[in-house]
Design a protein around this ligand. Structure first.
Ligand code: AMP
Length: 211
């Protein structure tokens, strides 16, 4: 089963998917995390990805599809995959639909103003990639609870890069909700994390029963 978790930056896609993976056994695959993991290896590929991401641009479709296929294993699909950050536009949706079937689409709805405020509070571990923000705060400021790594703001979380990413979301990604309209569930993402997680889980159950 493939469940798309869609929503603008700051809507909590990553936090919701992480919580569901932990509590309900789904497999969370975030294309942003896969790309940042490649950057952390220090490879030449990682360096070219870093240049694109830091400017708030999009990485090439071919590369993303390659990374993704490596992770969409039969075991993961059996558990149920929460796909976060992909597809971002019609071309990527077509590429995905060619090889896999999407069973459920969750659209997290949030006004831009709240998304921007949340992102300005967001910090990420430089070592393991764990994210902290308004909902989840580290026990010690600036230090990752999981691995003790240093927490910093992501380069692409600057106001200019965030505005660019939100504009791209509204222009390119939102169109996909019409494409998947029969299986889209819209969820209010301004509520607290656990309420959003519960609403998303209920929506996934509805997808499962109507499949
Ligand atoms: P995210 O963590 O989802 O906000 O992604 C961070 C950055 O990774 C994005 O701003 C893009 O530069 C890149 N990225 C993530 N997913 C994709 C994708 N599906 N297609 C192209 N670029 C992507």
């Amino acid at each position: 089963m493939i469940i798309l978790i869609m929503g603008p930056q700051g809507s909590g896609k990553g936090s919701v998917a992480e919580r569901l993976a932990h509590d309900a056994g789904y497999v969370h695959i975030s294309t942003g995390d896969l790309l940042r993991a490649e950057i952390r290896t220090g490879s030449a590929l990682g360096k070219s990805i870093e240049k694109v991401i830091d400017k708030g641009g999009l990485v090439s479709d071919g590369l993303i599809m390659r990374l993704l296929k490596k992770h969409l294993s039969a075991t993961a699909l059996k558990k149920g995959v929460l796909l976060d950050g992909f597809p971002r536009d019609k071309e990527q949706a077509r590429a995905l639909d060619k090889e896999f079937s999407v069973d459920c689409v969750i659209a997290l709805i949030i006004p831009d103003s709240i998304a921007v405020a949340r992102i300005s509070n967001r910090v990420q571990c430089t070592k393991c990639g764990e994210i902290y923000g308004t909902n989840i705060k580290p026990k010690r400021s600036g230090v990752c609870d999981k691995c003790g790594g240093r927490l910093t703001q992501r380069e692409d979380d600057t106001p200019a890069a965030v505005r660019k990413r939100l504009a791209t979301y509204h222009k390119e990604t939102e169109l996909l909700l019409a494409m998947y309209k029969k299986i889209v569930h819209r969820i209010d993402a301004t509520a607290d994390l656990q309420t959003v997680v519960d609403d998303v889980e209920r929506a996934i159950k509805r997808c499962r029963t109507s499949a």
